[in-house]
Design a protein around this ligand. Sequence first.
Ligand SMILES: NC(=O)c1ccc[n+]([C@@H]2O[C@H](COP(=O)([O-])OP(=O)(O)OC[C@H]3O[C@@H](n4cnc5c(N)ncnc54)[C@H](OP(=O)(O)O)[C@@H]3O)[C@@H](O)[C@H]2O)c1
Length: 273
Amino acid sequence: MIVAVIGGGKIGEAVARSIAKSQAVEKVFVTKRNITTLKSTLQSEEKKIFVLQDNKSAAKDSDLIIISVKAGDAKHVLADIAQFASGKIVISLMAAVSIRKLEASLPNSKIVRAMPNIAASIGEAITAYSLGSKVKEKKDVDEVQFILGSFGDYVEVPENLMDAVTALSGSGPAYIAVLIEAMVSAGLKVGIPRDIAFKLVTKTLTGTANLLSQKKSTMHPAELRDLVTTPAGTTIAGIYELEKGSLRTSVMNAVDAATAAAEKVAKKFEEAD
Ligand SMILES: NC(=O)c1ccc[n+]([C@@H]2O[C@H](COP(=O)([O-])OP(=O)(O)OC[C@H]3O[C@@H](n4cnc5c(N)ncnc54)[C@H](OP(=O)(O)O)[C@@H]3O)[C@@H](O)[C@H]2O)c1
């Protein structure tokens, strides 16, 4: 299979790197307007990746197309590839651009809207996706899941949840990074050297997430919290301060605000011609 990634920015480069690792993928074309830096790094590191400026030829010579430009560049890019995307699966990673808009620009393509996150660069993204009206056959759904699976895990969602997904798991790595910074600072405050605190915090985070999300686990986060919280112990002293500082409400407010911001941008693009 040959894949074109239109827009080799942060997320485009991340997914291209992971897709190229799959044995079933023969080549990955990555396009950009300014290719100088990406061409010298990406092409020398990943032998299956070819960096170019020409969206048309990338779309023409590929079996499946991924769009990862900013929503503001969508119109131009969709016009570029329309003629060559006919009959092909087109996976848009763009926030704010609806399936309706994509299908209007690429009426003969099989549209999928997806929202990954930056952990795609190490094959650890979670991607929420919604299928367009032309993706019905099992072989097409399998192909979509194969591509999304090459850069992490995936889950299908109704399209009306996409702005909320953008706010929760699309932006999520940034929230987690803030939390990690805060916990490393906390470690420093109680006398733990920075490098050791970083290792303790990141491994605690991934270990806890893995413990809760492993397939056989039915453990609710509250159960895990209770399991390690003993009466008058150290953990409850810490949790008391977290609750006093309204961590829970802050997180809910953050995702709420990010969803509202995503909805505002989506509305702007939906109303544009
Ligand atoms: N970043 C994330 O964590 C994340 C997560 C999920 C989804 N997304 C979505 O992914 C999309 C890209 O986000 P990003 O963060 O990767 O942005 P980015 O780093 O700015 O990348 C966008 C890329 O698109 C390229 N581009 C713009 N116009 C083009 C054109 N006409 N032809 C070919 N390439 C063109 C740009 O190339 P030049 O630099 O050469 O102009 C740039 O490399 C957005 O729609 C965003 O909503 C991002």
